[in-house]
Design a protein around this ligand. Sequence first.
Ligand code: PMP
Length: 294
Amino acid sequence: VPFDQLEGFIWLNGEFVKWADAKIHVLSHGLHYASAVFEGERAYGGEIFKLTEHTERLHESARILGFTIPWSVQEIDDACRELLARQGFADAYVRPIAWRGSELMGVSAQNNRINLAIAIWQWPSYFDPEQRLKGIRLDMAEYRRPDPRTAPSKSKAAGLYMICTLSKHAAEAKGYADAMMLDWRGQVAEATGANIFFVKDGVLHTPKPDCFLDGITRRTVIDLARRRGLEVVERAIMPEELEGFEQCFLCGTAAEVTPVSEIGPYRFEVGEITRLLMNDYANEVRPELRVAAQ
Ligand code: PMP
């Protein structure tokens, strides 16, 4: 079934619209000029993990692109929860998106309507489940995360995903699951839809998110690692250093914690710390287990 023909409802500008009828005009500014920001969230056991943090980031992403979403954080949180209940899923992926509308064509869109939609569907595993356990293979992307002076890199803006899709397609064409992107300085940045961590001598190393998304999962993993008494170092990582790392994993809402076995010429093991954090994250996101663990 094509994605636009699924069952159920989409929340569109305050209304629950039948899934296949949730359409917009071809002259939408968001389509022509990428004036769109979105979120990716996951529900576990009927509860959306860190929902308000995601909704606040959606508001902030819009603010960075110069527009205000005409629904409050509370109203968007409520809409997400109500839609999840309507869709009837316990575990699901939640995608809110806000964009400038089709009232006026041209680069300037000062008075175009700001639209908001929320879709919820079942999206079990971002990477092939079997590959996930053995570790996925990453290509080295040719595109680099842009200098913050070149693009609004703190916004989860649709336009920034152009280089992600290009990099992911190039990787897939060579048989890889995803690609690792460097930043504009040549430092390790992230994958095309997830943040990256490395392990060496029991210590976690991850790049400072100064020109790419500071993932909510990334912050959760840092917190979980520190609760385990593990040291986490946020620093500039050069690609040559990959040689010396023993383990590597990606993390993100969709990817959760996914081990990496290979990046270009470098090899990693799915080691104890990676497995520990996969497990801790799986426990953290489940409301029933989170309570039991505390
Ligand atoms: N980087 C990029 C480019 C992403 O698309 C995502 C997924 N939203 C992440 C990092 C991870 O962010 P989060 O943990 O908040 O999902």
